[in-house]
Write a protein that binds this ligand. Structure first.
Ligand SMILES: CC(C)(COP(=O)(O)OP(=O)(O)OC[C@H]1O[C@@H](n2cnc3c(N)ncnc32)[C@H](O)[C@@H]1OP(=O)(O)O)[C@@H](O)C(=O)NCCC(=O)NCCSC(=O)/C=C/CC(=O)O
Ligand SMILES: Cc1cc2nc3c(=O)[nH]c(=O)nc-3n(C[C@H](O)[C@H](O)[C@H](O)COP(=O)(O)OP(=O)(O)OC[C@H]3O[C@@H](n4cnc5c(N)ncnc54)[C@H](O)[C@@H]3O)c2cc1C
Length: 609
């Protein structure tokens, strides 16, 4: 399809999804799932995932009563317009202004510079009638920083942009992926006026007289929509990783290459240890991210309930966990999808393998909802603050509780003596705790050598990110272990998931061996025992590998992959797909007579001469 056809087809699918949601007796979860699967990525997605939550989280009761009924019936279609051409990560650097005019009781929205143009918001370019706009609030000449405003963008009768608004699409994005069906847009304001009551005023407000009343709650609650989406992105990482692993595992069981004895059948590539070493950690990651995503959803729900009771105690933990786990799981999943493409050899590069599309649509997850490095630096800031408080007698809690055992963890030596010890949850956990703590304390000690803490932080950014990642990996390993010790029923399933849990943990030890050795968390001999155990675990998982991906229960339609077909009937279907290609409509290609024939004939003529 051309981009316009792709876009219009997405509109058709999104409206169809909305029709089904309204007609079928669906639960909220089913409705959410239908919106996600039918519209991923599309404007419906962001209306529900960002526009509506922003109003719910930052609007007053009156504003919610006015705008949510319209949004819930999709009588208005909204987007979340925060990022600008010049600023995305640095929210406090946004330039769009919202200046209060007491004469008219309005805000004047303006884009003072080209870099202040809103740029990227999904659904902004062509579809949305409204947006939550983030702009610098200015009253009486004073800049109060970034605040949210609900703004109508288009005429509700003919969809034309309102006067004072220039709006459009930012152009084709990465690959041919479905993201090109999404109208990520640009928007400039030219002294565009909105009523004062369209500033989202749950957190802070402006009175009729133009007096700014700051928030009596942490200003970061304005970031609440991003936190809620980051939390969902972790579970989405599990789904994307599972899709890629399902394709690569099934194909690795179908594909045979080399290894035939005396002309016999060739070897399934899934039996090569290198294939297992690349594939099974990704299989384990799909399960690991699912379980940590379940836990993160609980954490987010818990902090939301606490916030409603004005209990902000766990807000820093929720921010650090959503930011860090979003960052870590999306980076791992993007790399994992690409690895799955390579695990399928040449056929993995075909569009009909489903992997190029999955990669093209998935990889922006490393950037949107917060650049992954910027988010890990938020985790690092949280860890440094926690380490600095260790001596204060304030016991760290939640995911940093292990830091309360710093005295032990800083000096303990791993008691791993044989390969089987690497199947001991307490020993594995302590190894990850020791590594994470020692990396964080090392950063804190190095920071303390700088007189200027900000300068020290800037100098040590790379080390801080690695310490943050170590902390996040500990969270994932610990939540996998907790899941196994708790909810998993059925001995057979539990044994298989145990194998995956330790594959996940031990492959991380192998991948980040430098950290574990340099912090003396393990010795090189213990690392060798871990590798030995890893190979043994691969052997145990191998017979169940296909069953473990079948367990994701993805339909062939959803997987969209000839290589990942449930029936494994790959080769005939590859030909079937190939013959559908328009290039095969004729046996002699367009262009032969204009270009190929003259070339060949000219060559033949000169050869005769
Ligand atoms: C990088 C950020 C967080 C910096 O924000 P800033 O206001 O400059 O805060 P500081 O770094 O100075 O930290 C001050 C203080 O606040 C805490 N904090 C920061 N963020 C949060 C939060 N969300 N919740 C709770 N607490 C927070 C921080 O920990 C500090 O606490 P201290 O105790 O240490 O003082 C910010 O600029 C940011 O979030 N940048 C990323 C922007 C982003 O994510 N954009 C996404 C746009 S929407 C999008 O991409 C949509 C995509 C579509 C799709 O999903 O499909
Ligand atoms: C597909 C897609 C959809 C999007 N949808 C929306 C949407 O609906 N609404 C919306 O508002 N936005 C949206 N965005 C924008 C997105 O949120 C931003 O692109 C994202 O937050 C990253 O910000 P940036 O582009 O400014 O990156 P930058 O911050 O400019 O990153 C560039 C590089 O600088 C590095 N860097 C930046 N700051 C620091 C620092 N302090 N220390 C160390 N390194 C640093 C980063 O790590 C990165 O390597 C979307 C983006 C994409 C790709």
């Amino acid at each position: 399809m051309t981009r316009k056809e792709l876009f219009k087809n997405t509109l058709r699918k999104s409206v169809h999804a909305w029709k089904l949601i309204n007609e079928l007796p669906l639960s909220d979860d089913e409705s959410l799932m239908l919106r996600h699967f039918m519209d991923q990525p599309g404007f419906l997605d962001l209306h529900w995932r960002m526009f509506v939550p922003a109003i719910k989280g930052q609007g007053t009761e009156e504003q919610k009563q006015k705008w949510l009924p319209l949004a819930n019936k999709m009588q208005i279609i909204g987007c979340y317009a925060q990022t600008e051409l010049g600023h995305g990560s640095n929210v406090q650097g946004l330039e769009t202004t919202a200046t209060f005019d007491p004469q008219t009781d309005q805000f004047i929205l303006h884009s003072p510079t080209q870099t202040s143009s809103k740029w990227w918001p999904g659904g902004l370019g062509k579809v949305s009638t409204h947006a939550v706009i983030y702009a610098r609030l200015i009253t009486d000449g004073k800049d109060h920083g970034v605040h949210g405003f609900i703004v109508q963008l288009r005429n509700m009768d003919d969809h034309s942009p309102l006067p004072g608004i220039t709006i459009g699409d930012i152009g084709v994005k990465f690959g041919n992926g479905a993201y090109n069906s999404m109208d990520n847009g640009f928007l400039m304001f030219d002294k565009f006026c909105i009523p004062r009551d369209q500033m989202l005023m749950r957190l802070s407000k402006v009175t009729r007289e133009g007096k700014y009343v700051p928030s009596d709650v942490p200003r970061q609650l304005m970031y609440g929509t991003m936190v809620s989406v980051r939390q969902t992105i972790v579970s989405n990482a599990s789904i994307a990783m599972a899709r890629a692993v399902c394709i690569a595992t099934r194909y690795s069981a179908v594909r045979r290459q080399f290894g035939s004895q005396n002309g016999g059948i060739e070897t399934q590539v899934i039996d090569y240890k290198t294939q297992q070493n690349r594939l099974f950690p990704l299989l384990a990651s799909a399960y690991a991210f699912r379980f940590v995503g379940e836990w993160l959803k609980w954490l987010y729900t818990d902090v939301t309930q606490r916030l409603e009771a004005s209990d902000f105690a766990t807000l820093p933990e929720a921010h650090a966990c959503t930011a860090g786990l979003k960052s870590m799981t999306t980076s791992a999943t993007s790399d994992g999808i690409e690895e799955c493409r390579k695990l399928c050899g040449g056929h993995g590069y075909l569009w009909c393998s489903g992997l190029p599309e999955l990669f093209a649509v998935y990889v922006p997850a490393c950037t949107y909802e917060g650049d992954n490095v910027v988010l890990q630096l938020q985790v690092a800031r949280f860890l440094m603050k926690t380490v600095s408080q260790l001596g204060s007698g304030k016991a760290p809690a939640g995911t940093t509780a292990y830091m309360g055992r710093a005295k032990h963890l800083l000096q303990c030596r791993s008691s791993i003596r044989k390969a089987e010890d690497w199947l001991n949850p307490a020993m594995v956990l302590e190894t990850f705790e020791a590594r994470a703590l020692r990396m964080a304390v090392s950063c804190a000690n190095n920071l303390s050598k700088f007189e200027n803490q900000e300068q020290g932080f800037s100098e040590l950014l790379a080390d801080l990110v690695e310490a943050a990642i170590a902390h996040c990996q500990l969270i994932v390993v610990s939540k996998f272990i907790v899941k196994l010790e708790g909810e998993i029923k059925g001995k057979g399933v539990k044994n298989q998931l145990k194998n995956l849990c330790y594959i996940y943990a031990l492959h991380l030890i192998h991948k980040h061996l430098g950290d574990f050795l340099s912090t003396n968390s393990i010795t090189s001999e213990q690392a060798s025992l871990a590798n030995h155990q890893l190979r043994s675990l691969y052997t145990q998982v191998r017979p169940n590998a296909v069953a473990l991906v079948d367990a994701f229960d993805y339909t062939d339609h959803y997987l969209g992959s000839v290589l990942g077909r449930y029936d494994g009937n790959v080769y005939p279907k590859l030909f079937e797909e190939a013959l559908k290609d328009p290039l095969n409509d004729t046996v002699v290609p367009d262009g032969y007579h204009e270009y190929i024939r003259p070339l060949i004939k000219q060559h033949l003529r000169s050869a005769r001469l």
